[in-house]
Design a protein around this ligand. Structure first.
Ligand code: GDP
Ligand code: IMO
Ligand code: MG
Length: 434
């Protein structure tokens, strides 16, 4: 059962795209199992930079299947332009497969996403406005369109007749400026266009993935967002609307828990978060700006500046417990080059008490003060390529001490070390992933 998953251990943007692409070399299929095009995964191959939102990162590797599982919410229009990016780069999209059970994002979901944010006022989540929340709301409310519906025109008509009046009323009530003028006929036309374009990629991806595993093929599950954005276990309500933790792999791709061999936690060497919500180790003012600049921390999907702060091991422990990480891929260590002192949060002080487990209460998180351990910084190196050649042992001692502390605290080995955005700027300490 050679299957491996990669999940973000913080609030997203940990470098999952880079690590997935790196590990995809030996995979036969790469599967997205939750989220939608709220994700922004950057992959740097030589001089080419790819920004993928919905397509699994395996699409960039020849001959692999890139599978969109049932737990994903799919925006077909945006996917078309993303596919074009791949085709323009001279690559093929033939390996794409879309679950017939995956739900589809409609324009009204995007509009409602924006309107809900207005209603929340000062308590807005800071969503990507891609319609993710409203699309998942419809799925749970049993009003959603699924990719498989494309193949059944009668069903599209029936669902459109039921859904459109409801959505129009809702949009009017929520004072959406530009209420969709969509009619059932226009909907049928749109679905027919999507059928021509995507029909051939739609299948039962649970059967596909399980058959591949039965045949001894290698499957890589690519998480989107991060454990702290999980709908149940994240900083609710400042979260996304899907299950981003380990359990999401099973429900979102139709594989049983005992079919997942290893889960790699993608851990950025410091912390970032986009949008609103608690962030105990956040660096405000100049310090935060400096880290944002050094790390190039600007959102891939929305272009927003990411909030930055020190590494928080209370967060890492929370994520590891929920996701069952067997390894860490520690990323962006190079960004901390040149700091004299680097801090790591090992616990919170809340109302005079030391707390080591991430609390659910937002008011507790507001009062939480980080307890830091300080590390001596390491100085930069001439070239990351040189460092990769030397291997793990060749890394600066201070960096190795930092990594060792993470390993000891979490009791999880840091098996992949990423010291630059490129595929090549990666140290795989033990190899043997499949
Ligand atoms: P994802 O959403 O988890 O895939 O991460 P993003 O792509 O949103 O953000 C990570 C950013 O850091 C991207 O610009 C990557 O190219 C870049 N990156 C990934 N790993 C490293 C690394 O080890 N060092 C540096 N300097 N950049 C990295
Ligand atoms: P990747 O996969 C970082 C955040 C948004 C917002 C919250 C809810 O690139 O790591 P949504 O649009 O999902 O309803 O927004 O979640 N968010 C992300 N933050 N990386 C992401 O994806 C994110 N996807 C959503 O900023 O705070
Ligand atoms: Mg991202």
């Amino acid at each position: 059962m050679p299957s491996l998953a990669i999940i973000g251990a913080q609030w997203g943007d940990e470098g999952k795209g880079k690590i997935t692409d790196y590990l995809a070399e030996k995979a036969d299929g790469v599967v997205r199992f939750q989220g939608g095009n709220n994700a922004g995964h950057t992959i740097v191959i030589g001089d080419n930079v790819f920004k993928l939102h919905l397509l699994p990162s395996g699409i960039l590797r020849k001959g692999k299947l890139a599978i969109i599982g049932n737990g994903v919410v799919v925006n077909m229009e945006d996917m078309m332009s993303e596919m074009q990016q791949i085709i323009d780069a001279g690559l093929s999209v033939d390996g794409l497969r879309i679950s017939d059970r995956a739900h589809l994002i409609q324009n009204y979901h995007k509009k409602l996403d924006g309107a809900e944010e207005v209603y929340r006022g000062k308590k807005s989540v800071g969503t990507t406005k891609k319609g993710i929340g409203p699309a998942y709301q419809d799925k749970i409310a049993r009003n959603g369109f699924r990719a498989g519906d494309l193949l059944e025109p009668e069903l599209v008509k029936e669902k459109a007749e039921m859904n459109l009046p409801l959505k129009k009323d809702l949009m009017k009530m929520m004072k959406v400026d530009d209420v969709c003028q969509c009619t059932t006929e226009k909907f049928e036309e749109k679905f027919a266009r999507w059928r021509d374009m995507f029909g051939k990629y739609i299948c039962d991806t649970s059967v596909l993935i399980n058959d591949m595993l039965d045949q001894g093929k290698n499957i890589l599950f690519e998480g989107a967002q991060g454990a702290m954005l999980d709908i149940d276990h994240g900083t609710y309500p400042y979260v996304t609307s899907s299950s981003t933790v380990g359990g999401g792999i099973c429900s979102g791709s139709g594989v049983a828990p005992n079919r997942i061999d290893d889960v790699v936690g993608c851990l950025k060497a410091y912390t970032t978060r986009v949008g609103e919500g608690p962030f105990v180790t956040e660096l405000l003012g100049k310090e935060g700006e400096e880290l944002q600049k050094k790390g190039g921390e600007y959102g891939v999907t929305t272009g927003r500046g990411r909030r930055c702060g020190w590494l928080d091991l209370v967060v890492a422990e929370h994520a590891a417990r929920l996701c069952g990480f067997s390894h860490w891929a520690v990323t962006k260590l190079d960004v901390l080059n040149d700091y004299d002192t680097i801090k790591v949060c090992t616990a919170y002080e809340i109302d005079g008490e030391e707390v080591k487990h991430f609390p659910a209460s937002l008011s507790k998180l507001e009062r939480a003060k980080p307890i830091y351990k300080e590390f001596k910084g390491w100085k930069s190196w001439a070239s990351s390529d040189d460092m990769v050649k030397k291997g793990y042992e060749g890394l600066p001692q201070e960096m190795k001490d930092y990594i060792k502390f993470i390993e000891d605290y979490t009791k999880i080995p840091a098996s992949i070390i990423s010291i630059g955005p490129k595929r090549s700027e990666t140290i795989d300490r033990y190899g043997k992933w499949y």
